[in-house]
Write a protein that binds this ligand. Structure first.
Ligand code: CAO
Length: 398
């Protein structure tokens, strides 16, 4: 029986096929990446929805594809005779080889134009990424007779030039798909957006008193008010007051688009990697509605049940590591947003009130913003405003 694998909802209108990771007659597993597509901002690996044998590949590199475009036809694995152990081993080698090719769209394009097969290059970059240097080296060292490279040790197969086994035992762990995708976006955002991180400490003694008292009366866990809920509400007011924090700068840096809606992304740590579900239209939601939505969306993220639309449309992201630890960190802005708030672990500190030191519950905040859009004075004003709102949560009502 034939299985048709199509382009899923990729969240953009169209994308270009930049790599095909399988061949006709390959056995592909469910979730195995089959092609790489590239949109305006990032490349994305499209996984197979089923296990099977590749019967036909319906796309080629440079094709422009949209949602529901047919990529490959698989022959149901039940229809394929079980391969012998030798063949199984070959399949495994091919699958492993295919799954370790990591290269930026630029390198993939360059390799294509030079007619270089990236499968033949050993990446030396972070997470086995093939760098421009690797491509240059390959072109210099290529052996016209064999077109192959001899690997001095196993680690080099995974793109690591140093032989750590000289110093001790080493284990190779495969990078998850989400980590690969978020890693690409994070490195692009980190290297293209000029970040400034502004730190502050907030006295949340009264907020916590109110929160604990309120939650004592609530049985349903999903309706309990978390600290994050108050932070989302304070940021919402902050974005209304400081519109440049809710904006996107055009690629040519000539226009800033100010958004009139407010959707907040929440960074959620899952066993597969970092996901950022978006809580939409927070302006019109109560604290308990926001709490409930954070609870539901972070649970769905952990269970792998989020829809692509749950991850889209964010204006500003909050990343809370407060439940884990640390005094401060510098979060990376999630393009096309203008800023992100990092939340660290609160603790009691002695605060001088003019006559004596009194214990106050202090919450550390770290605000990273895009310095092309926001200057330092505005950054300090924004975080001070958030501080005021969290110190006296009655201000959230006005
Ligand atoms: N300081 C100290 N303790 C805190 C705290 C803070 N700032 N924020 C929350 N806590 C405590 C809470 O009091 C709660 O303890 P109890 O269960 O004893 O009441 C516990 O931590 C869990 O808090 P919570 O249920 O309110 O969850 P949360 O709002 O802290 O976090 C979520 C929710 C989804 C953000 C979190 O689970 C998560 O995934 N965090 C990681 C985000 C991340 O990976 N960021 C990094 C991005 S860059 O790599």
């Amino acid at each position: 029986m034939d299985i048709v694998i199509k382009i899923p909802d990729i969240g953009i209108d169209q994308a270009e096929v930049i790599d095909i990771l399988v061949h006709v007659n390959d056995i592909v597993e469910k979730e195995q990446s089959i092609i790489v597509i590239e949109g305006e901002k990032a490349s994305m690996e499209i996984p197979s929805t089923h296990r099977g044998k590749v019967k036909e590949i319906k796309v080629k590199v440079t094709d422009i594809v949209r949602q529901d475009f047919v990529i490959i036809i698989l022959e149901s694995i039940e229809d394929v005779s079980i391969p012998s152990n030798d063949v199984k081993e070959d399949i495994k080698i091919i699958e492993n080889r295919v799954s370790i090719i990591h290269a930026s769209p630029l390198i993939r394009r360059l390799a294509r134009s030079l007619n270089v097969n990236l499968e033949k290059i050993i990446g030396s970059g972070r997470k086995n990424r093939i760098t421009k240097h690797d491509l240059d080296n390959y072109l210099i060292n290529i052996n016209p007779h064999t077109n192959n490279r001899i690997l001095p040790n196993k680690q080099q197969e995974y793109g690591c030039n140093l032989d750590f086994s000289r110093f001790g035992e080493v284990e190779a762990v495969k990078v998850s798909k989400i980590k690969k995708l978020s890693g690409n976006l994070l490195s692009e955002n980190w290297s293209t957006i000029p970040h400034v991180t502004q730190f502050d400490e907030v006295d949340i003694t009264d907020l916590e008193k109110f929160r604990i008292k309120y939650n004592n009366k609530i049985q349903d866990k999903s309706k309990k008010l978390t600290l994050l809920t108050f932070i989302v509400k304070a940021i919402t007011k902050g974005l209304e007051q400081f519109p440049y924090f809710n904006s996107t700068i055009s690629n040519n840096r000539e226009i800033i688009f100010l958004k009139k809606y407010i959707n907040i992304g929440i960074a959620v740590d899952t066993s597969h990697g970092l996901l950022v579900p978006v809580i939409k239209n927070v302006k019109n939601k109560s604290l308990s509605q926001i709490a409930c939505e954070i609870y539901k969306k972070s649970s769905s993220a952990r269970l792998g049940k989020l829809q692509i639309s749950d991850l889209q449309g964010g204006c500003f992201t909050i990343s809370s590591l407060g439940g884990i630890g640390g005094t401060a960190f510098s979060p990376i802005i999630n393009a096309s947003e203008a800023a992100i708030l990092g939340v660290s672990k609160f603790c009691y500190k002695p605060i001088w009130n003019g006559t004596a030191f009194i214990p106050k519950l202090i919450l550390p905040l770290s605000l990273s913003y895009d310095h092309r859009i926001i200057d330092g004075v505005e950054g300090a004003k924004f975080i001070s405003y958030i501080n005021e709102l969290l110190v006296d949560i009655r201000l959230l009502l006005v």
